[in-house]
Design a protein. Sequence first.
Length: 625
Amino acid sequence: MKLFLALLLFIISASLLQAQLRVAKIFGDNMVLQRDVETPIWGWGEAGNKVEVKLLSSTKSAIIDKEGKWEVILPKQKAGGPFEIKIKSKNTEISLKNILIGEVWIASGQSNMEWKVANSNNAEKELENADYPQIRHFLVERDVAFHEQENLKSGEWKVSGPENTGQFTAVGYFFARDLYKHSKIPIGIINTSWGGTKIESWISPGSMAKLDSFQVILKTMQQKNETELASWAAQKLIKKYGTYSSEDSSSLWQSITVPATWEWAGLYGWDGEVWYQTSFEIPSEKPVENASLHLGKIAQSDETWVNGIKVGETVHNQEIQRVYQLNKDLLMVGKNEILVKVTESESSQGGFSGPTDELYFEMGDYKTDLSGDWKVKLGKGKINFKTSPSTLPSLLYNAMVKPIIPFPAKGVIWYQGESNADYPELYNQLFPTMINDWRTKWNDPKMPFLFVQLANWKQRQDKPGESNWAELREAQTNALELSNTGMAVIIDIGEANDIHPRNKQDVGKRLALAARKVAYQEDLVFSGPTYQSMKIRGNKIHLKFQNTGSGLVTKDNQTIRGFAISGEDKNFVWAEAKIISKDEIVVFSPGISKPIAVRYAWADNPDCNLYNKEGLPASPFRTDF
């Protein structure tokens, strides 16, 4: 009986709570509303009741629908404030105070957008001078959801000042500060970001479902809860891939593409071991001699066998190139088998992380590519779908983006891509998908979308080579083909030993320049030089650039660095380069008589120094793609 009464009281209390007048958590004291657009205000309450919302001289009303939701549309307002919004229903009134009307920007991405002012360069001085009460910041609390949510978990608008600004997104704050100094119009930043996350998680289920490689998992997410999904996934994976034993025939193994992390090759959420198998051929005309096996970087541990003989292992290190020396006694003319057991922990993505040209067998002057189609089976492990927003698509969109739609915003600033660098080619598809997705959801097809290109990172290389980070930057550059987009190039302010460069001031400044051009149509130089076209003339390649402003220069007044050139053999070597006009450079190398392609700043952390006279760096590019 007591249990029944307790349950009854709980149900009654929950029902009363649901019937109370509420407003969506994105609305609150100190918020900024977007100027010059109609503004929806929404919330929940008792079905059938009337709700009135008043701002200035305008009062709008609505009837709460049978689902308990209401929405009113406030008319356009000019920038200004502070104002108060009053929301009434029956005997309940909600007052939202100290409201400004100005420009609202959504700041999203991973850790470099999440990075706080308190952890940035000159933080103490920045906070002392953070006297900008017309800049406001709303932090969306971290949350994940398998299905689209109606409301945020929590969030609160804060006024910029020494006591609050330290917890603001640094990129967002410095962006807002530059815009405010220029326009004197209130700026609101909605910070919905989460470190280490992939772009897939920020895209809506509907848009992700249009991409072939994500359709099955998204359909299953819609039909099952988290526990059911984990069980389903485990059964599906084991059924499809099987488990490894030394007696298995290779014909029973499943195909997988290498290099790639296994999560994005179909093994969603698998933690533990995966066995990989492939082979290479030694032609009969080649003398068998000591050789080397190159497998690139592997996350995280590996044990490797050739023809049944263990040739090496590396434990808990995903930054080391796997290069294993092979004694000629274990090699044979014809087919040679490679078997690799890869093990990763729950905190990482498992598999071969590439790039492609780092996977090969080499013996004397003979070299054969090992990238491409391998075979796999599962080892010891388990499915883990529970907490990581990067394990499944759309989890962050569902919990941290959908609940703020359709809160009007001027545009989006985006800083993300580091977590997608293992498979940059897919970013060419995912990034435009996300931009179009958000524009569709906000019903604003021209919504300005500004983003930060990846900074330079890791140790510099002595010779030109391949780079996943360079390819990811290229995918970001390609997104500029969409209208109303802008990119802040920061190839010059990264740190070799820290993926989180502390100089967020210049990042915000360059985004603000892009905003002034793209969103506010100002006539100004907002970008560094970008590649336009090339012409081959004899043993030289002539390059034309856009966005050169007052002209091309080297920032340090030294010889141009960062260019590489190749002939038909596609072997890139460092090149000499000279500025021959305001927007043209000639590139050449004494050793290459018939050049066909040029690359600039094509590395994780390139040594490069090309700018325009306005002080903005040139964007990395390649002409051989």
